[in-house]
Design a protein. Structure first.
Length: 316
């Protein structure tokens, strides 16, 4: 989860108007002034529901609009990934690629030309078998290590969103989101043990995402196009965190690859984080930022935002 937003917005405030000198002051018998009924309530929101159920409301802004959804983190071993079969069948490019891969798998056949060649294949198979048997003892320890790594990966907490069949469900209003939660409609969060309690207790007023759970993906490309001096570190870092969570939960391997360690966009993310640390590290990070092409970064992020937008199911 990203760091809380620290972007400040300057708001002009007028000082309270003093009474004119000619106007008589109210005496003590007038009574206290009535409170302004139009004044908005405090920005603090009761988080007990979300903290107890370990689910959070999230707000995501995309080029097509802004919507509310839900996100949770749970051990990978306790989650069933979203089913993308239907979604991928609707993608003609992905379906064509899968068909080509299946054809290549079917073509993997062995043709024996003569008896001597067949004997050579048999001898090679025997030698391979002996080598595998001899190395079996040596690899037992490695296998145990691999199993330990796998267990750790299964215990790692991963993101899961309010989604269904590979589509992220986004709602234009808190009321529509709450209505869906209460409806009992199928979704990927319903597998959580706290889902039923959420559907019984949640109210529209509860759908108030924290600043760190609000992501403005619609502003990323334009910000990157503005050049290095205009780059908003908070905006870009939080967008990267949201994109990683979404691409994992919605099974978008192309987006994960674009943001993976060693990629140009990951280098951008690391450099942006480094600028906030201060000292010589921040100086070196700024130098790395200067080497990252603004056009390359904006084109990469335009692709990411496009791929995420393509798997959104907008609900009014």
């Amino acid at each position: 989860m990203g760091n809380p937003k620290h972007t400040e917005v300057s708001v002009a405030r007028q000082s309270p108007q003093r009474p004119d000198a000619d106007e008589p002051e109210l005496d003590d018998t007038t009574g206290a002034a009535e409170p302004d009924e139009t004044e908005r309530p405090s920005a603090s929101t009761d988080r007990s529901l979300w903290d107890e159920l370990r689910i959070d409301p999230v707000e995501i802004a995309l080029p097509a609009g802004t919507g509310f959804t839900l996100r949770a983190y749970r051990p990978a071993s306790s989650l069933t990934p979203t089913d993308v079969t239907e979604r991928d069948q609707d993608d003609p490019f992905l379906a064509r690629r899968q068909a080509i891969e299946e054809e290549e798998d079917d073509d993997e056949t062995v043709v024996i030309l003569d008896e001597e060649l067949a004997q050579e294949f048999a001898d090679e198979d025997d030698e391979s078998t002996r080598r595998r048997d001899g190395a079996a003892t040596d690899t037992e320890t490695d296998d145990e290590s691999d199993e330990a790594v796998t267990d750790e990966a299964d215990d790692e907490e991963v993101p899961v969103f309010l989604s269904h069949r590979g589509k992220l469900l986004l709602f234009k209003t808190p009321e529509s989101l709450v209505s869906f939660i209460r409806s009992g409609a199928p979704n990927d969060l319903s597998q959580l043990d706290s889902w039923n309690e959420l559907s019984e207790r949640v109210e529209p007023a509860d759908i108030a995402p924290l600043d760190e759970d609000t992501y403005e993906l619609d502003l990323v490309v334009e910000n990157l196009r503005g050049g290095h001096d205009a780059w908003d570190s908070t905006l870009l870092i939080e967008a990267g965190e949201a994109a990683r969570d979404l691409s994992y939960a919605l099974r978008l391997p192309a987006v994960l690859d674009m943001l993976s360690a060693g990629s140009s966009l990951d280098d951008l993310d690391e450099a942006l984080r480094g600028t906030a640390n201060g000292g010589i590290g921040a100086f070196m990070a700024r130098r790395r930022l200067k080497k990252i092409g603004a056009q390359t970064a904006s084109l990469g992020w335009r692709t990411i935002v496009g791929k995420i937008s393509a798997v959104v199911d907008w609900r009014d």
